[in-house]
Design a protein around this ligand. Structure first.
Ligand SMILES: [Zn+2]
Length: 129
């Protein structure tokens, strides 16, 4: 069940695959859903039958999201403290929930983008040889 949106095995454009992954779509066809739950990955694309379960981003998603969020919010804390500081309650009530919400918001597109990158680079195909 392949159409003109799918790519032959030789050419897998990286930017398009990552973009489709960020949109939580199959990196091959751009139509099928990449996830069946919040972060649970479909084993195969329901549209083009691409074996998506072979490309597992694993803990790299959480590592990247955690690193980026920590850098952003540590910078915000530093700027606030250098500007004279504020109540520790401000950090606890305002910035901590925002950082958790931001992490959850970017987790799914980040995992999708990583899966798209792994698919484009055939990362798991090389391991199975
Ligand atoms: Zn597909």
């Amino acid at each position: 069940m392949s159409d003109q949106n799918t790519y032959p095995a030789q050419s897998r454009p990286i930017l398009l695959s990552v973009g489709r992954g960020i949109l939580c779509k199959c990196p091959n066809c751009g139509v099928g859903k990449l996830f069946s739950g919040f972060l649970s990955q479909n084993a195969r694309c329901q549209h083009c039958n691409e074996p998506l379960g072979r490309y597992d981003a694993g803990l790299l998603t959480a590592l990247l999201v955690g690193l980026v969020i920590v850098l952003i919010f540590a910078g915000a804390f530093l700027v606030i403290e250098l500007a004279g500081g504020t109540s520790p309650l401000y950090y606890l009530v305002i910035l901590l929930p925002i950082s958790v919400a931001a992490s959850l918001l970017v987790m799914r597109p980040c995992k999708g983008g990583l899966i798209g990158l792994l698919w484009a680079l055939r990362a798991n195909d090389r391991l199975e040889r």
